[in-house]
Each structure stands twice: as structure tokens, then as C-alpha cells.
Design a protein around this ligand. Sequence first.
Ligand code: ADP
Ligand code: ASP
Ligand code: MG
Length: 479
Amino acid sequence: MRILKFGGTSVGSAEAFARVAGIVARAKEEDGNVVVVTSAMSGVTDTLINAAKAAAAGDETPYRDARNELLVKHQIVAGQLIEDGVERAALGRLLDEKLREFERLCQSIYVLGELTPRGLDVVSSLGEQMAAPLLAAVLRHHGVDAEAVDAREIIVTDDTFGAANPILEETCPRVEQHLRSLLEAGKVPVVTGFIAATRDGITTTLGRGGSDYSAAILGACLGADEVQIWTDVNGILTADPRIVPNARTLPELSYVEAAELAYFGAKVLHPKTILPAIERNIPIRVLNTFDPDGPNTRIVKEPAPVRTPVKAITAIRNLALITVEGRGMMGVPGIAARTFSAVARTGVSVLMISQASSEQSICFVIPAKDVPRVVESLNEELERELRRGFIDHIWSLDDIVIIAVVGQAMRGTPGIAARVFGALGEASINVIAIAQGSSEVNISLVVATTQADEAVRRIHDAFELHRVEELWAPAMAEA
Ligand code: ADP
Ligand code: ASP
Ligand code: MG
């Protein structure tokens, strides 16, 4: 059994839908059991969210415009790809119903002048609710017996709106029951990605880009042979192709490497996607909808050894480096613990902690948008130390980027850090902070936003990652 997940651009136009239909039909031929997961059409989730935010801020125009824009966007696909009048009319009614709901929701948000995370999840879930029935209808038109499934019926999460956590013990029996009977009837379920519901049926979302995670959850529950993430690039590349033009497809990655890359900004995969796959040891493959037979990436437990210690470079943006500094901190026990509990109380997650050689400062990286709350919480917690002068100041350095250099074979290969810093030194790129994960799968460093792209390119060059064919020739051939 295979799970095929299609991202926003893969369902971004009538032409893309037609390609998806071809891919699904082929998969169904090769392997009778196929489950499809779809994202909203590209740009739709952004439009929904922006309209709801504008409504909360007192502007009705964006949601009124969005309603028509979204109707047309979906209807163009239906118009071009579905000939059956009855199907088209049914779809038209469904789109109309969802968009009315959107308008009603935005009206109340406008009246209340407030948008809660819970409300935002309801609004942003509508894109997938329109895309799945549309894709199912397109598939039927292409001779694939497909049926749309609303994931809110089968994926159960907690109520962390905007980044809900699935409860597998409750999800899997539902998935098994609902999808298995469709599969047994020879159908292809087309499940909405990204969205889910609490035990009480309240709509949640898994976080932006969360359809990948949906696919992995379903794959784990059903014990799929492979979870396929179909996107707009040839798999996971040695770096973001928008930054490094000569980036190449990575043939194989381990779960840990893929997780590190996703966590540190490789948008191609939602960071939590790997978790359910590891649990059930299910391979994930990342492929290009627009080049289905082209190079792709397989993510497995134990990839074959390769001739390069470093596999890929990523960058994560919009961050700030917080420093708690003071000569009086030296030897005072508990400051680090209190610093991090103060951060933890804000609910903000720390992306990286830098190792300072002295005890005079503690530095860590957080998302830039969270700086005010975190600094406020630190000032409260450390108020006494600040007053007594044990801590001189707490400050934030904005406009920074974490660059992560990832590869499992870095462990035990000497000289990696020297090569990284040498490459950056030559380009006069200033490294503001560094950290090496305890896993040694990753070296992360902080640079200024203005130097980030150049830093990624320099490190990519230093390890000659564009020579992926040679680097990946099985290490055995070397002997
Ligand atoms: P989808 O809509 O299919 O989920 P996304 O936009 O979420 O697609 O992810 C695909 C994009 O991720 C690519 O178009 C690419 O620009 C970006 N990306 C960032 N880093 C990488 C990388 N290392 N390899 C491949 N793509 C990457
Ligand atoms: N449509 C959602 C988003 O834009 C989920 C996804 O694309 O995976 O974030
Ligand atoms: Mg995505």
C-alpha cells in the first residue's frame, strides 16, 4: 500500500491536477491499494488566513474578494477537467457551501474584532475541504474510483490549535476502519491534508505545511509500504534550489538526517513528518509531480554509506539571538535553569543553544516574533540578579539565520568544522554563534541574515555537494 501526498503546487492549476490524476492512476495500477492526501490549492491557505486576519483588524474587503477569487480558482479546474454535468453541479454546490461558511466565519470575526487560534484553524481548514472533493472528482473523471474523505473524521488530535498533536491510539482505529473499507471496495480515498479534529469534533490543524504530516500519520496507521510526498522539486536537494542553483537531489537520507533538515528550514518536508514513519519504519519518498520519473529522495532508517560526511545545508530565517550576560553570573548556580524555565513558561521553543566557553553568558536562538515575550519573562525571572548587577543585561540580536550543516557521517570524521569555518572565513562571513547537536548529525551556526545565502553557497561549494553522483557512488566501489 502507498500513501501519495500532493502539495499545493501539485494541485495548483488544472494542468497540475491532470498530472496528479496520471500519477494516481499509475500508482493504482502498480499497487492496488492507494491512499491520496491533498493540500489546498497553492496560495489558498494564505488567502484564507490573510482574509480572516484582515477581518479581525476591521477590513471586510479581503474576505469578500477572496470568496469570489477562491470560487473561480476551483471552478476553473472543474470546468476544464470534469465533463460530467452532474458531478460539476455537485461540486459547485459544495464549493458554494464552503465559501458561504468562510464568509459567515469572517463576518463574525469582523464583528468580534478578534481572531482566536481556534477560529483561525476553522478558517484555514477550508482550503483542503475544497481541494479534496475537487481532486476526487477529477480522479473519477480520469477513471479512478476515488472518494473524498474529511480528515476530521479520522485524525484525532489534542487542542493545540495551529500545531495540533495527533493521538495515534484514537486515530489509527478510525483510519483503519474508514479507509480500509474504502480500499476493500477498490476505491482510492482522497483525504484532506493538514486538518484534523479533537475528540469533541473541534477543527484543528497540524501547522503550516502539515499535509506531509497527515500523510505520514495515515501511513503509520495503515502500515503502508511507502509514503510518497509529491511536490514541485526533485526530492530533497543538497540545499534550497532557490538559493543554491547547483543544488542536487539527495538519493537517500536517514530519518535523522531528514528530520534535522526539516527542522532547520528545508521547507520541502514538514518537520514532524518523520516521527510516525520512524515509529513504524515506513520509508518516505519525496518526488516531483512535474517530473515523476526524475530523480527523487528516499528516506529510510539506514541509508547506504556515501563518500561525503556532509549531505545538505539548510537555513532557517526570521530568528533572534538572545543573550543573558554578566560577570557576576560566574559560579552562581541555577541561572541557566532559571533562564530556560523563564523561556519555557512563554511556550516559545528554543531552536539552538550556543555553547559559551565561559560562564559569563548564555545565548540561545528563538523566532524573532517571540522576542518581546521572552525578554519580558527573563526580566521578571532575573529581576533580582539584574538589580544586584550579577547580570549586566539581557539583549536580543535580530536579523539572524541559523545555518545547519547536516550529515550522519560527520560523526567521527575530523575536520568538518574547520572546513565549514574556513569556507566562511574566506568569504569574510562572520559567525555569530555555533552549536553542535549532541547527535553530531548537524553543526549549526548563526550568521547575519544579509550573509546567509552566501554562507549556504560557500559551504555547499566547500563540500562539493554538486558532485552528488560521484559522492553517492556506493562507498564499496572505492575498495
Ligand atoms: P508543497 O506545496 O508541495 O508541500 P513546499 O513549498 O512546502 O511544497 O516545499 C517545496 C519547496 O521547498 C521547494 O519548492 C523548495 O523551494 C523548498 N526547499 C527548501 N529547501 C529545500 C531542499 N533542501 N530541497 C528541496 N526543496 C527545498
Ligand atoms: N495548505 C496547508 C498550508 O498551506 C498545508 C500544506 O500545504 O501542507 O500550510
Ligand atoms: Mg509543504
